[in-house]
Every structure is written in structure tokens, then in C-alpha cells.
Design a protein around this ligand. Structure first.
Ligand code: ADP
Ligand code: ASP
Ligand code: MG
Length: 466
């Protein structure tokens, strides 16, 4: 195990109010006493949505919009100041810090209103204020509790490319920046507090890693620091056997392999940003998902291999996705057809999640349909195109699928009463993925969950295995 610190990431609800920040301080104190701690925080819950909304309103056409925007900023300032007064006895200095960040935010939104344009670059600059404010407040709360906390500007340590809105880390530059600006604090026994989700280009322009990106920040910084563990503190007990908003009878998955966790995150388990596992794999750092309201351990431990012998690890789903059917206008899939299809998706910067092909057609699912019009126009130049909205992806994940070939058949068999639009199993053989209408997705998910995860079913499978 590495001798590096624990990196602890706290999501929006885990820093949402004074009580939550109080619990954060207890978790950080425990980690600091064991291996040293680096803290990564999200914005207070709801703040990133609000900031992006203010940027969009500022760019709107009506002159009255700027008054609404300035009132929105005042409201945000009030919420942060209210929390500040509850977390530190003398909040004067902290409120000054908040006021100076808010003044900058006001200027930025005024510039957007004047230009009537919120570019991705400007939107990132606005969105970053959520984490800039929450990290300042966390620093103050930790200091008030006697921890040697020190605020570190995320833009100094997380260096990214210029893909505003979904920036990617530059590994070499980030490693040097972490060595220069973060590691010395850790070596000196201090507790650095960093805003998640935010980074900067090599020339210092603010970027963001995409929605939910604070998990990814924690993993990137954890890898650069050779952390001994990356802890994702959130509002549920760990990775659950299915999305708890869709299935009521879920329970915690105690162990997952890196690959299982990656697939679940990619196919919709929102508790983990899909890229979080990549940096952890690169340095073989264990990742834990934990409930920030609890102090009794538990949670999900994610490591290179999971010792658990369950048939399936968990289910995931992506709702309201779009299916695009592309049929070659020539009767056979001519050489180069697939290449031309994928080139169109590349040009339209649209990621494909699931693919299935037949002799003359290819069906793909996309999550982001914002460039659908351009996609359809370009594909129609050489194919017939049909689009179906309001579909859902259901994905059953588990290393057990590699061991037991009959499992995939049982999964599909259990869904026999649901019309499946697409079916796919990738080479990794760690997941079976189906696409069906969103209207029946919750029912199908519950049915699949009852079949494979009801405690009795798990026990029965164990009995059969032994
Ligand atoms: P945070 O603000 O802490 O980053 P998120 O809202 O991003 O929290 O992620 C936690 C949420 O993810 C949970 O409240 C839950 O609704 C959702 N979720 C979806 N699928 C799963 C799953 N398989 N296990 C746990 N949570 C899940
Ligand atoms: N605050 C950002 C968001 O809401 C990042 C995060 O919470 O991880 O998307
Ligand atoms: Mg999140």
C-alpha cells in the first residue's frame, strides 16, 4: 500500500449545510490522524445548477434579465454567508472572502449580459464559483476545528486541455503542478482543501471536467499524490445493487472490481463519475464509496479484483436516451460503411453508448441528442435514418458473467415479457446490455433486480454454486 495520504471527496449534499460540513470535519479529522488527508469538495448542493442557469439567463435577450441575475447572485451570497456564520464563530473574514468571490462572479455575469453570449468558456468560469466558494468554507470549518487546513486553488494543480465543459486532465502537467503546489503541504502535515470539478488550461484559463466531475478531480489528484485511498463521501450507503431512485429494495455492494465499477458508472450509476476509476487503476489505488452521514465504516470497496463470488455485481440504467437506426441504402453493408457512420458521430462530437449491427443496418444509442439534427442530415447522405426517443439502457454488470456463460441467457430470459429493442454483450463479457422503451424501464429494472438480487435469489445462487 502507498504511503501517500487519503484523498476524501465530499459531494454536494455532503457539504450542503452547516451540519453536513460538521460531519465532514469529523471524517477529515479521522483520516488526517491515520494517513494524512487531502480534501476535495463539490459545490453546495444545487449551486452548480443555479450558476449555469444564471449564465444562461444573463445571455438571454431581455434587458430585465440582468436584474433577475443580480438577485440570483445575492441569493447565492446569502446562502453561503448563512452557512459561514454557522460553521465558524467569527465569520467576518470568511464572509469577506465570499463577498470578494461574489463580486468577481457579478462582473463575469455582467460581461455575459453585455455580450448576450455565454460561451462554453464563460460558462465554465461561472460554474467554477460553486467549488471556489465551498472549498473556502470547508477550509475555514476545518481550521475552526483545529485542523491545519490550507486552501489550494484547483486551477493551480489540475491542469487540463481546452475542452471547456468537459475538459480532460493533462497528466504530466498535473503531476508537476501537484508536486509543486500540493505535495509540499501534505509532506508538512497540513490538510489541503481543493475545489473539485474545476481546473485550468496551461495558460491559466478556468475549465471544468463536466457535471459530477468532482469525483474525477479526487481520483486525478489521488493518482498524482500516490494516495493510499480515494474516498468518495456521498448521500447513499455505497454503490447500490441498482439505482435507488428506480428500485426500492436495493442493498449495498460491499466489493467491486475496478472494471465492474467503471462499467456501472459508464452505464448510469451516478454515484461515481464515469472517469473516476481510470486514474485509480493507473496507480492501483483502492476507491471507497461511503455515506457521509455515517461513521461506522461500511460502504463499497473498489479494488483491482473483487473476491466476491456473486453471479452479478449490480444493475445500472440510463434513462431517456435516443436510438438511431442507420440502414445502408445499398442492400449490403459495403466496405467502409461503418467507418463512414462512425466518422459522422466523431464530427458531431456525439458519444455512442451501445451498438448493434445486422447485415444492412446498424443501431446505436446516444445520451446527448443536442447535435441530432446535424447527425441525421449527414447520415442521410448515404443511409436511411430512423430516430427513436425516450428509450432506456439497462445494464447488468458482474465479473461472474465471464465465469458462467449461462448467466447471460438467464438475464435475457428473465426479461422475456419486455420487448427488447437492442441486445449487446461486449468483448469484456462483464456486462449484458439491453435497450427498451423508457416507459417500461423501471418495471424491467425492478423485475431484473427481484430475480437476481432479492436476498433469497443470492442465497439460492450461492447454494447452487457450492
Ligand atoms: P454527490 O453529490 O455526492 O456526488 P450524486 O448525486 O452525484 O452525489 O450521486 C449519488 C446519487 O447517485 C445517489 O443519491 C443515487 O440517487 C444515485 N445513484 C444512481 N445509481 C446508483 C447506484 N447504483 N448506487 C448508488 N447511488 C446511485
Ligand atoms: N458541482 C459539480 C456538479 O454539480 C461537480 C460535482 O458535484 O461533482 O456537477
Ligand atoms: Mg456526484
Amino acid at each position: 500500500m502507498s504511503a501517500g495520504p487519503v484523498v476524501l471527496k465530499f459531494g454536494g449534499t455532503s457539504v450542503g449545510d452547516a451540519e453536513a460540513i460538521g460531519r465532514l470535519v469529523r471524517h477529515v479529522t479521522a483520516a488526517h490522524a491515520s494517513a494524512g488527508a487531502v480534501v476535495v469538495v463539490s459545490a453546495l448542493s444545487g449551486v452548480t445548477d443555479r450558476l449555469l442557469n444564471l449564465a444562461a439567463t444573463a445571455a438571454g435577450a431581455a434587458a430585465a434579465d440582468e436584474t433577475i441575475v443580480q438577485a440570483g447572485v445575492a441569493e447565492l451570497q446569502q446562502r453561503h454567508e448563512q452557512v459561514a456564520r454557522l460553521i465558524v464563530a467569527d465569520a467576518g473574514r470568511l464572509c469577506q472572502v465570499i463577498a470578494s468571490e461574489v463580486a468577481e462572479l457579478r462582473n463575469l455575469l455582467h460581461a455575459i449580459a453585455t455580450l448576450r453570449d455565454a460561451s462554453p468558456r464563460a460558462r465554465d468560469a461561472v460554474a467554477a464559483f460553486g467549488e471556489l466558494l465551498s472549498s473556502r468554507m470547508t477550509e475555514a470549518a476545518c481550521q475552526a476545528a483545529g485542523l491545519p487546513a490550507v486552501w489550494v486553488d484547483a486551477r493551480q494543480v489540475l491542469i487540463t486541455n481546452e475542452a471547456f465543459g468537459c475538459a480532460l486532465p493533462l497528466t504530466t502537467e498535473t503531476s508537476s503542478a501537484v508536486a509543486a503546489h500540493l505535495a509540499p503541504h501534505v509532506a508538512a502535515g497540513r490538510v489541503p482543501i481543493v475545489g473539485g470539478y474545476v481546473g485550468a488550461t496551461t495558460t491559466g484559463v478556468t475549465t471544468t471536467l463536466g457535471r459530477g466531475g468532482s469525483d474525477y478531480s479526487a481520483a486525478i489528484l489521488g493518482a498524482a499524490l500516490d494516495a493510499c485511498e480515494i474516498q468518495i463521501w456521498t448521500d447513499v450507503d455505497g454503490m447500490m445493487t441498482a439505482d435507488p431512485r428506480v428500485v426500492q429494495s436495493t442493498h449495498v455492494v460491499p466489493r467491486l472490481s475496478f472494471e465492474e465499477a467503471s462499467e456501472l458508472a459508464y452505464f448510469g450509476a451516478k454515484v461515481l463519475h464515469p472517469s473516476t476509476i481510470l486514474p485509480a487503476v493507473s496507480k492501483n489505488i483502492p476507491v471507497k464509496i461511503l455515506n457521509s452521514r455515517k461513521f461506522d465504516g461500511g460502504g463499497t470497496l473498489i479494488t483491482a479484483s473483487s473476491p466476491v463470488d456473486e453471479p452479478l455485481a449490480a444493475l445500472a440504467c440510463k434513462r431517456h436516451i435516443t436510438v438511431v437506426d442507420i440502414t445502408s441504402t445499398r442492400m449490403l453493408m459495403a466496405h467502409g460503411f461503418l467507418r463512414r457512420v462512425f466518422e459522422v458521430f466523431e464530427r458531431c462530437r456525439t458519444a455512442i453508448d451501445v451498438v448493434s449491427t445486422s447485415e444492412v443496418s446498424i443501431s446505436v444509442t446516444i445520451d446527448d441528442a443536442s447535435r441530432l439534427e446535424q447527425l441525421v442530415e449527414e447520415l442521410s447522405a448515404f443511409a436511411d435514418v430512423r430516430v427513436e426517443h425516450d428509450m432506456a439502457i439497462l445494464c447488468a454488470v458482474g465479473d461472474g458473467l465471464r465465469r458462467d456463460p449461462k448467466l447471460a441467457v438467464r438475464i435475457l430470459g428473465s426479461l422475456e415479457h419486455f420487448p427488447l429493442r437492442m441486445v449487446s454483450q461486449a468483448a469484456s463479457r462483464r456486462n449484458v446490455t439491453v435497450v427498451l422503451q423508457d416507459a417500461v424501464a423501471a418495471q424491467a429494472m425492478n423485475h431484473l433486480h427481484d430475480t437476481f438480487f432479492a436476498r433469497a435469489a443470492v442465497a439460492a445462487a450461492r447454494g447452487l454454486a457450492s
